[in-house]
Design a protein around this ligand. Structure first.
Ligand code: FAD
Length: 386
């Protein structure tokens, strides 16, 4: 990993800001209105190399650390934009990097780094297996030199904007297992080679998020698609959770800072009853309070990312960063909306769009209840609810 100095980090921050400045409020507003994919933005980010921040240099990436990747996503969300359009590549790639064999890494990582291949889709959730991942039913049955996939996945984001998809599927029936965390396997699927047997149907969501329901009907994939050992997939996915939590926390922090900046500016400019509304403590204090909470969450994120980069255990910090930042962003979103009065609901102010977008971080990729359960049970040693 490249050891970045504070100056390097500031340079990354500035450079991401410059890219984002080319995509102003109006760009994101129109994309949202048309439910379109921000392709021009994703292309610019890919060209800059920042999407390949976490891919080691030997595989064509920037070889940066979690702290730098966090800064990149934070700055995207601090702009009018949103990293959700392309963030999955950063952490999904980690499963391939940590558990793939050398030939898989050489085959895919350099092309992912240049953008020639897009790895934006990560398929875990099913209609009957959301928080309880070990219940998933989509099956992968080995037949000769192929696996045959059957089943259904839901909420699989960017499947239509991706070439590759990381899939978690069952290779041993649930009832045949002693240890219920085994029997699941990870596959890297090339969706362009599924012979029309993978049906992708877009879902309409609360905000412009390209998520889908997937139907696998006898989808044949080569055995070489298996990542690591058969049956160990759940452990491989868990290995990636800390990175995912830290990166999602960074997006929430970016949103939080955007809301605080916009709210403070509007509250200073808008005059009602002969004075700026921000002079009233009823308007000022919620903004100031959410600012304090966003900055505190950022410190926890920094701690988590620092530990991650030093190879230290960071489960508690990564989970706390995700919890605190999603709550702080939501608090800032409400303070910003309230400060804007009726204008907060008008599309041209962009507050309502960011408001819809930022609500996701409390729910996905993992619900905050499950984060609290991790802290209560795994960190504090209290009894398990499941
Ligand atoms: C916009 C969006 C994009 C997504 N993208 C992806 C994607 O790309 N890939 C993917 O695989 N998934 C994706 N997801 C799915 C997401 O990860 C799941 O929604 C999430 O894991 C929760 O699962 P669920 O919706 O089935 O909720 P459920 O598991 O049904 O839970 C419902 C509620 O019950 C609570 N709950 C359940 N058990 C407990 C307990 N023991 N203690 C306390 N509370 C509990 C949960 O916290 C939650 O509040 C996406 C979801 C959304 C909304």
């Amino acid at each position: 990993m490249v050891r970045a100095s504070e100056e390097d980090r500031e340079a990354i921050r500035e450079s991401v800001r410059r890219i984002c400045a080319e995509f102003p409020d109006s760009y994101w507003r129109e994309i949202d209105k048309a439910s379109a994919y921000p392709q021009a933005f994703v292309d610019a980010l890919t060209r800059s190399g920042y999407l390949a921040a976490l891919i080691p240099e030997e595989y064509g990436g920037a070889g940066l650390g979690m702290m730098e990747a966090s800064i990149i996503l934070e700055e995207i969300n601090r702009s009018p934009g949103n990293g959700l359009a392309c963030h999955a590549q950063m952490y999904t790639m980690g499963t391939l990097l940590r558990h793939g064999n050398e030939s898989q890494k050489r085959r895919y990582l350099p092309k992912i780094a240049t953008g020639e291949l897009r790895l934006q889709a990560f398929a875990v959730t099913e209609p009957n297996a959301g928080s309880e991942t070990t219940r998933l039913q989509t099956s992968a049955v080995r037949r000769g030199d192929k696996y045959i996939i059957n089943g259904q996945k839901i909420f699989i984001s960017r499947a239509k904007q991706s070439d590759l998809m990381l899939l978690l599927a069952r290779t041993t029936p649930y009832d045949a297992l002693k240890n219920k965390t085994e029997g699941l396997s990870v596959f890297l699927i090339d969706m362009r080679e599924t012979g029309g047997r993978l049906d992708i149907k877009p879902l309409e969501m609360m905000f412009n998020h390209h998520t889908n329901i997937l139907f696998f009907e006898d989808v044949e994939i080569p055995v070489e698609s298996l990542i690591g050992e058969e049956g160990k997939g759940f452990r491989y996915i868990i290995d990636g959770w800390n990175a995912e939590r830290i990166l999602v926390a960074s997006e929430a922090i970016g949103d939080g800072r955007w809301f605080v900046d916009r709210a403070a500016k509007y509250a200073t400019d808008r005059v009602v009853f002969g004075k700026p509304i921000g002079a009233n403590q009823g308007v000022q204090f919620p903004i100031a309070r959410s600012y304090a909470h966003v900055e505190a969450a950022a410190l926890m994120r920094d701690t988590a990312a620092g530990k991650f980069d030093r190879g230290e255990k960071c489960g508690a910090e990564a989970n706390m960063a995700k919890l605190l930042s999603s709550e702080a962003a939501w608090e800032a979103a409400n303070a910003c909306l309230d400060a804007h009065g009726g204008y907060g609901f008008a599309r041209e102010y962009d507050v309502e769009r960011k408001f819809r977008e930022t609500r996701l971080y409390s729910t996905a990729p993992i619900n905050n209840n499950l984060v609290l359960a991790f802290l209560g049970q795994n960190v504090l040693g209290m009894p398990k609810s499941y």
